[in-house]
Ligand binder design. Structure first.
Ligand SMILES: NC(=O)c1ccc[n+]([C@@H]2O[C@H](COP(=O)([O-])OP(=O)(O)OC[C@H]3O[C@@H](n4cnc5c(N)ncnc54)[C@H](O)[C@@H]3O)[C@@H](O)[C@H]2O)c1
Length: 267
């Protein structure tokens, strides 16, 4: 189940956090993985750890807001590993400011990474994904990292919520466009709750600052108490969902959203 033997995956923002864990889990499931990020040193360390345990992986510098970086990343996947079956649009940023606090520059950065990055990745990887799909019974796969903030409102960062809501509906629309054109590229999104990563920590800091404090201990407990399952998420919780959506086991899932939040949005 959920094996990725013979598949080639490109993951943006994979130097650390959810992307990093996904890269490692995909490699363990049999995929060859291109780890892409702007954090070159950390990204190379992630790849070294993977290849050290026998995985086939490569690092590439990718700023998701740059068209030429996407072209180079897709080219690397195809030249090194022969094709591209899976794209994970994982790179994202969180600002943590309210509507009247956030600057136009910060908003533009949020949109550039969280939305333009997903659009460019989808556009520039599509030809290679379409080509690889011809040899697969279940087609190729794109998995977009949205958020529960792309399904319900976010009191901490309404603009982040706006970008993730955009990713949620772009996922469905891209799935429909590719299907209509017969491209056989499945497009699905995953919607994490609060996950313990650098970004997760940024959400605790933003919450603490709302109460005029820098202490995140109490905030972490308060957030944990809101999770029906009783704990915060960890990157592996999400990586497992991404591997599933990317695998042939999800071969009839298209334009869907997988919520992985310990029950937060069930209430
Ligand atoms: N952590 C959470 O609580 C949470 C919840 C819901 C959704 N998400 C989403 O999951 C994804 C991964 O988040 P994470 O928690 O692992 O965060 P993270 O901050 O730990 O990792 C994000 C990665 O994206 C990279 N990145 C940022 N800007 C980039 C750019 N322009 N080009 C390429 N890479 C870039 C960063 O360098 C980093 O490696 C994001 O899309 C995020 O919005 C996270």
């Amino acid at each position: 189940m959920n094996r990725l033997d013979g598949k080639v995956a490109l993951i943006s923002g994979a130097a650390r956090g959810i992307g990093g864990e996904t890269a490692q889990l995909m490699a363990k499931a049999g995929a060859k993985v291109v780890v892409a990020d702007v954090l070159d040193e950390l990204g190379r360390r992630t790849v070294a750890a993977m290849t050290g345990s026998g995985a086939r992986a490569e690092y590439v510098h990718l700023d998701v807001t740059k068209e030429e970086d996407w072209t180079a990343a897709v080219d690397l996947a195809v030249s090194r590993f022969g094709k591209l079956d899976i794209l994970v649009n994982n790179a994202g940023v969180f600002i943590g400011k309210g509507i009247e606090e956030i600057s136009l520059d910060e908003w533009n950065r949020l949109v550039a990474v969280n939305m333009t990055g997903v659009f460019l990745g989808t556009k520039l990887a599509a030809p290679a994904l379409r080509e690889a799909a011809k040899a697969s019974d279940h087609g190729s796969a794109i998995v977009n990292l949205a958020s529960i903030a792309g399904i319900v409102g976010s009191q901490l960062d309404p603009l982040y919520s706006m970008t993730k809501g955009g990713v949620t509906l772009f996922t469905k629309s891209a799935a429909l466009e590719f299907a209509r054109k017969g491209h056989r590229i499945r497009v699905n999104s995953i919607h994490p709750g609060v996950i313990q990563t650098d970004m997760g920590e940024q959400t605790f800091v933003a919450r603490a600052q709302r109460t005029g404090s820098n202490d995140t201990t109490q905030v972490r407990q308060t957030v944990t108490d809101t999770v029906p399952w009783g704990r915060l998420g960890v990157p592996m919780d999400i990586a497992k969902g991404v591997v599933f959506l990317a695998s042939d086991d999800a071969g009839y899932m298209n334009g869907a959203g997988l919520v992985v939040d310990g029950g937060v949005t069930a209430t």
